[in-house]
Design a protein around this ligand. Sequence first.
Ligand code: SF4
Ligand code: SF4
Length: 204
Amino acid sequence: MNKLTPKASFRKLAAIYEKMVAQYGEAAGAIDMTCSGCTDNCCLSFFQHHTYVEWAYMWEGLNQLPADRLEEIKSKAQDYVDQAQRALSAGQRPHVMCPLNIDEEQGICGLYKHRLMICRMHGVPNMLVKPNGQQIQFPGCYRCQELTEEYEKDGKMAPVVNRTNLYKDLVMLEMQFVGKNLRQLPKVDHTIAEMIVLGPPRLK
Ligand code: SF4
Ligand code: SF4
């Protein structure tokens, strides 16, 4: 498999993200869901990301920010990592605002165009069939679950985004982006804050 340049990889990733946005929009539109006025900002959720290509693309976005803004984000990211570590050591699930969020009340992402796959899919019902055949279902966020219940009261079925093909495309792109070193490199399992503190991924 031919290795892609970072530029070509990022173009492909942006195209995968566009498909996600379209499918998210269809599912959210069907149940009339928006994030407006949400009281449970999902950017406070503790979750990890798993691809080098998304990590690198996030840094492509970060590197376009003014230097002082980037320094502020790095400092928030370090705080996040420290707070998360304290929570985990106390046996609690961290509940810390993502360092890229720029408005806690409105839940505005400060790196919207470069936000990662899990950020894009969190809200709506979605499912994934893994290569081993295992099917995983995600019910969507609390608001989505309430709206889905309401929508399905009179027998209709709310749409579920099948992200299997998007996931396959992302896995393929990861291989094309990293190249033959992928098997030798450590598995990516980082929060956004960790990806910021660590800096852009090293692929050698
Ligand atoms: S990257 Fe953006 S959308 Fe994702 S958790 Fe952070 S602020 Fe929220
Ligand atoms: S996806 Fe759901 S939890 Fe996240 S901000 Fe929107 S409504 Fe709130």
